[in-house]
Design a protein around this ligand. Sequence first.
Ligand code: GLP
Length: 241
Amino acid sequence: MRIIRTRDYNHMSEHAAAVIAAQLTLQPNSTLGLATGSTPLGAYVRLVEMCAAGKISFAQVQSYNLDEYRGLTHDDPQSYHHFMWENLFSRVDIDVTRTHVPDGSNEDAASTCANYDAAIEAAGGIDLQLLGIGNNGHIGFNEPGDEFVVGTHCVDLTESTIKANSRLFESIDEVPRQAYTLGIGAIMHARRILVIASGTAKADAVHAMCYGPVTPACPASVLQLHPDCIVIADAAALSAC
Ligand code: GLP
């Protein structure tokens, strides 16, 4: 794990965007694993700017998002599908037919998850996986538990995640209680992983990810076993390290 300390959120976003831009320059047909949440927004803004300036292109990229709330349709403003369209896909030259987000509107969890894993495998796996981290150490929606779940699966969100994510909903009752998430297997099989973190709310999780025991009680800790994992975090997120 390589840890890059940045000053603040903007500095973190610049570094993260630069890593993704370099990936696209070196391998224009990369398969990207993409993330949602507040943390990647700044990096996405910078990637949009670089694309508009002709410095990078997503034309040959295909993408697989980490997760989606179960029960939300693609056009639901709270869906991660909508988030990706609004913040990245509609603003860069990506071929939208080559972007993928788990289908939250499909109630059939078994087929949704199996199809998603099969599609990623058929695509040859993920070249660069972007990850945020939850306050409780989750990655994607892999919540703390007794074991690492390898495949894409349907997860019951923990109270702490529901509470943390309720800031983006009108009320906590509107937060879906379940989600589809890429499992630890596809994440760890990515050839390169970029984790980004900002703010003191993430400090304990970042410490556990980087220096704690490798345990499903902190899903992000498994990243210690990855041969090419870069953590870009600001000083506040690294304040417990
Ligand atoms: C959500 C997402 C994660 C994300 C995490 C942190 O639960 N499923 O992929 O990393 O929250 O979000 P934020 O970046 O908004 O703190």
